[in-house]
Design a protein around this ligand. Structure first.
Ligand SMILES: [Zn+2]
Length: 681
């Protein structure tokens, strides 16, 4: 996923995994657990991750176009093949009416595949934007131009979007948030460690390269680089860190537009909002310090420097779509330097992921009709209720939580909504015009359509049927303001969900995923939201103190988890995800016990008990190879721990795991004494 798009995904949802981009097919009849993927010579007490996965890791080296390759990517690959087949049938459908979803999907995909036209048109396709910027006569035109770029999906300086008011979730309000950086974290501008310096140098070369490709002399390109780095570094300096942004109270500052306007005399908010086409009197300002600094920067920087910065936003955001040299420069920085991949993905895969971002529902609707069996939904509903029941029992037996807080927790769990497979209502694309034209223009049209759809929600009742992920995406999420867990159709396949598999493997894989998402409602961030999604404290002080005390153990454990040379995981940044993994696996284990107690215990399969198969299925879903660059990026930007740590960092905290494999202080090199274990939910 490219950087621009990430900065424009501001909704608070907590996904299971970083977005997976999807080589090898596995036949559907594969058993859920294959001994050849394991290494039985390794003791489960020494390295459970490799006990389960060493065979697979040895036999599946990372392909050149990947920075991470594992279960998610394999499933995404298989899924992409299905989507490609679907697209071929759409492309061959000569009867698709003009204005229909099929016509739009076809023309969008064809424009994405047509690299000849992309290269031929190059920056000519976006000249209308570049000229508009060139013609700026005065800095007071900036609000209007920034608004017009925001509408078209570019992200200069900050972002604005509509979402539920965190403290009154029945209402949709506008939110503004820090942004405008070309590198994926503020720290890369400010830190002086070797990796940050290297990334920064590559970024600066990338800027120059793009300006030269756009027709500037090397001197002009060098001048542009200086202006851009100065503005972006100052924006970075004014930005909150990732850790600071984990506090939902710190980013909630509701105020009137008049107050905001008064605090930022250099920026005409009226002009900005009018150009966006929205009429509002109040909004949430995510980072007041950032906007204050931006106001000063407006005065300090010249009109020409701002023009260069805005052009950079247009060029950078368009680079993957305006010809092969631009695309390569973009790939070299965002993918090769940042993640270590050595090769671009195949053209159709790039086209497919762009299409999913632009017309996700149009593709998803046809995808689920072909590939999502209704029985899967019924089984998922059943699984979710087993997980909910087990979570209830876990809360009930907690010795550190008061009865009052428990009652509130039960109520939140009870109210948690569940969505499975695909939305009941599909996006209506009638107002989106996609045609045979240079790809970047279709991209801009789709982004503008999606931005306008979002802005139209302001002041409207909350749409409870809305999804924040496509059904064809291999992932899942929890939304704290909706208090709901969502499982797209694409994740309901092996190795997450085995339609023909036994309960043990299904509870260990998709059951744990369900438990993980549920636990997000009760992690260090999610616990601050009440059952109706409102940011409101429902904990007794002493219970909060106990919770924080318990989570400190997990923070310490992960802070000491060495992943590469001396690099460790950031325990605080990844805390929410680690709580969700530990809680999710524990709850899924007890849900399985309830199921087996009701249905009877199965006999061993391949010599493994149900409990052992449960943990093996869990460890399988997190197997992956990761390039060092990608690993470093994940460690610094978080929030998810790398696959190995999602397995070994969790299981050695669980007495259920030690019991399942008959492990004890004698035969377990990673044994954690019960007093030192993290146990939260
Ligand atoms: Zn998660």
């Amino acid at each position: 996923m490219n950087n621009l798009k990430e900065s424009l995904t501001p909704f608070i949802i907590i996904a299971l995994f970083l977005m997976a981009v999807g080589c090898q097919q596995q036949p559907k009849t594969d058993p859920p657990i294959r001994i050849s993927n394991m290494n039985l010579d390794i003791s489960p007490g020494d390295d459970f991750y490799r006990f389960v996965n060493a065979g697979w890791l040895d036999n599946n080296p990372i392909p050149e176009e990947y920075s991470r390759y594992g279960s998610f990517e394999q499933l995404a690959e298989q899924n992409d093949d299905k989507l490609f087949e679907l697209l071929q049938s759409i492309r061959n459908d000569k009867s698709a009416l003009h204005g229909s979803n099929r016509q739009k999907v076809r023309d969008f995909f064809n424009s994405a595949m047509d690299t000849v036209t992309q290269t031929e048109h190059g920056t000519k396709a976006i000249e209308f934007l570049l000229t508009r910027i060139d013609n700026i006569k005065d800095k007071n035109e900036l609000p209007e131009i920034i608004a017009s770029l925001h509408l078209k999906g570019f992200g200069p300086v900050f972002s604005l979007w509509a979402a539920q008011d965190r403290k009154n979730t029945e209402e949709i309000i506008a939110n503004i948030s820090q942004g405008g950086l070309g590198m994926s974290d503020r720290d890369y501008y400010l830190n002086d460690d070797a990796r940050s310096i290297e990334i920064r140098e590559n970024y600066e070369s990338f800027i120059e390269k793009i300006f030269i490709l756009a027709g500037n002399s090397p001197e002009e390109a060098s001048g542009a680089r200086k202006e851009i780095m100065e503005i972006e570094t100052q924006l970075a300096d004014a930005s909150m860190t990732r850790l600071q942004r984990r506090d939902p109270h710190a980013t909630y500052n509701k105020k009137t537009v008049m107050q905001l306007d008064a605090s930022m005399p250099a920026f005409g908010w009226d002009s900005y909002l009018t150009s966006l086409g929205i009429n509002i009197t109040e909004l949430n300002e995510g980072q007041p310090e950032f906007f204050g600094q931006f106001n000063q920067l407006l005065d300090r920087q010249t009109k020409d420097a701002w023009k260069t910065y805005l052009k950079w936003n247009v060029l950078r955001g368009s680079a993957p779509y305006i010809g092969q040299e631009f695309e390569k420069a973009h790939f070299d920085f965002y993918t090769r330097v940042m993640t270590g991949s050595e090769q671009q993905r195949e053209r159709w895969k790039i086209a497919l992921s762009t299409l999913n971002g632009a017309l996700g529902d149009a593709v998803g609707q046809e995808y689920v009709a072909l590939h999502f069996p209704p029985e899967s939904k019924d089984r998922m509903v059943d699984l979710v209720e087993y997980l909910r029941e087990a979570f209830y029992e876990r809360i009930e037996q907690l010795d550190w939580m008061s009865p009052e807080t428990k009652e509130n927790a039960f109520a939140k769990l009870e109210a948690m909504n569940v969505k499975i497979g695909y939305p009941d209502k599909w996006v209506d694309y009638s107002d989106l015009e996609i045609k045979e034209q240079p790809h970047v223009l279709n991209i801009i049209a789709a982004r503008e359509f999606n931005t306008l759809r979002n802005l139209e929600e302001i002041g409207q009742p909350v749409d409870r049927d809305k999804w924040f992920m496509n059904p064809q995406t291999v992932n899942a999420y929890y939304s704290p303001t909706m208090n709901e867990i969502v499982f797209p159709a694409a994740i309901l396949q092996p190795p997450f969900f085995y339609p023909l598999g036994d309960d043990a493997v299904n509870f260990g894989a998709i059951g744990m995923v369900i438990g993980h998402e549920m636990t997000h409602g009760f992690d260090d961030q999610g616990r601050r939201y009440a059952k109706d999604g409102n940011l409101k404290d429902w904990w007794k002080d002493e219970d909060s103190r106990q919770f924080e005390e318990k989570t400190k153990i997990l923070v310490e454990q992960y802070n000491n988890y060495v992943m590469l040379d001396t690099l460790t995981i950031n325990g605080q940044l990844s805390l929410g995800e680690n709580i969700a993994d530990l809680g999710g696996l524990t709850i899924a284990f007890h849900a399985l016990q309830n199921k087996l107690n009701r249905d009877g215990r199965p006999s061993e399969i391949d010599g493994f008990t149900a409990e052992q198969r449960f943990f093996i299925a869990y460890a399988q879903i997190w197997r992956n190879h990761m390039r060092d660059q990608r690993l470093m990026q994940q460690l610094s930007e978080g929030p998810h721990s790398p696959g190995e740590a999602r397995v070994n960092g969790i299981v050695y905290n669980m007495k259920e795991f030690y019991e399942a494999f008959a492990l004890n202080t004698e035969n377990t090199s990673r044994y954690i004494e019960s007093s030192a274990r993290a146990e939260i939910w």
